[in-house]
Design a protein around this ligand. Structure first.
Ligand code: ADP
Ligand code: MG
Length: 386
């Protein structure tokens, strides 16, 4: 399914909760009774709307970055990208994402299934309530939605159309800046405190790492291998016993598959490092298991989907693994000194927060500049090394 963004005005205002309920009744015949803003997100408004027989989630994109206020304009086309990606992801990995109920192009509104029994994966990793088997499920979903939009499985003309539908320059520019550029320079967008000052200063002098980040920026911009999620961290997955859903695909574009897999591994490494510093070895073991099975099931699913007519599956996987190490490294660095940070580390007290950032900075450098990784165990050992 594709959606046209037909709006003439890019400046839809936030709806009041009453307007939202009235709109849901009038347009979708949804018996909306009340709405509460629940978004802890950085970009959009997210509402939980109570109905006579349950609830739905409504997400509205405004023409600016919510986190930064109206001073940072941002295209509302991201709502179309997210809705189109959710619908496509549900075809490629049924039940792996929240169900899309409706997309309204005029008001940039997405109505979707309320995952009210689910919680954000990151939260369960932090508080030690991690349901088992989520890494495996996310590995399968990631394989299905990436390989399933790649040239390996999609006929060339369809893929070219997808490539067009998912041109996402403004959100890519955010990643290009915040992931690959700002952490290595003295940028006002960086978020530096006593726990990260030393690391930030070291990064600015590290010409070898800077060159590697530039190479990876080039690869991020030019390797349109598949429709990647583009923001696949543990805050973009909701989990409950036995069920993981990958959400929030507004950064989706044709990019390197290893960017998604590397992000998942980097964020699992944050959780593991947190628990290691707090002395929770049991949690480190559980998270390690999640990380390794994430990759294992990713590989198994690729093998299952891979066509016999393409005799280069091993080369493909070796390349995605190497890219995963590289993009895990850039993600680890940007979350230590860049604009958007992670609760796994920020909620630690000093001196552990300082120690975590030093360690993650060292490990990222080793991932980025050490000899290429050959196995996921090697990648993970470097990512969580103490
Ligand atoms: P943003 O794009 O602004 O970051 P998200 O899509 O990440 O917004 O949503 C913000 C928060 O809203 C999520 O962290 C989650 O708590 C909640 N949320 C979003 N979508 C759903 C959903 N389908 N079901 C339940 N909660 C949701
Ligand atoms: Mg989000």
């Amino acid at each position: 399914m594709t959606f046209e963004d037909e709006s003439t005005s890019p400046s839809a205002a936030p709806l009041s909760t009453q307007e939202l309920c009235a709109w849901l009744k009038a347009e979708l015949d949804i018996d909306a009774q009340s709405a509460d803003e629940i978004g802890d997100g950085n970009l959009n408004l997210v509402y939980r709307v109570r109905t006579s027989d349950g609830s739905v989630i409504v997400k509205q994109a405004l023409p600016y970055l919510r986190l930064a206020g109206e001073g940072w304009p941002l295209t509302v086309d991201r709502a179309r990208i997210e809705a189109t990606a959710l619908s496509l992801h549900n075809e490629l990995s049924p039940g792996g994402v929240p169900n899309l109920i409706h997309f309204d192009a005029d008001q940039h509104l997405i109505v979707m299934e309320d995952l009210r029994d689910h919680v954000i994966w990151r939260q369960t990793l932090i508080d030690g309530s991690l349901p088992a088997g989520m890494g495996a499920q996310v590995g399968e979903i990631t394989a299905r939605i990436t390989l399933g939009t790649s040239d390996v499985l999609v006929p060339a003309d369809n893929r070219k159309q997808l490539l067009k539908d998912f041109v996402n320059p403004e959100l890519c520019a955010i990643s290009e800046d915040l992931v690959f550029t700002s952490p290595y320079i003295d940028s006002p967008s960086n978020n530096i405190d006593d726990s990260s000052r030393e690391l930030a200063e070291r990064l600015r002098r590290d010409s070898e790492l800077f060159a590697e980040s530039k190479r990876l920026l080039w690869a991020f911009k030019t390797q349109g291998e598949a429709l990647i999620h583009g923001d696949l961290h543990t805050g973009s997955v909701m989990v409950t016993d036995g069920d993981a859903r990958v959400m929030d695909p507004e950064f989706a574009f044709y990019g390197p598959i290893g960017y998604d897999t590397g992000n998942v591994l980097a964020h699992l490494a944050f959780a593991s490092t947190r628990h290691d510093l707090l002395g929770n070895q049991e949690q480190v073991k559980l998270i390690t298991e999640e990380a390794l099975t994430f990759w294992e099931v990713f590989v198994e699913t690729i093998a299952e989907l891979w066509p016999d007519s393409e005799p280069w599956q091993e080369t493909f996987l070796a390349r995605v693994l190497e890219d995963s190490a590289s993009y895990a490294a850039t993600e680890m660095i940007r979350r230590m000194v860049g604009m958007a940070q992670v609760a796994d580390i920020e909620s630690l007290e000093l001196p552990q927060r300082y120690e975590a950032k030093q360690r993650i900075g060292r490990n990222a450098r080793w991932l980025a500049l050490g000899r290429p990784v050959r196995t996921v165990e090697e990648l993970w050992d470097r990512a969580i090394h103490d």
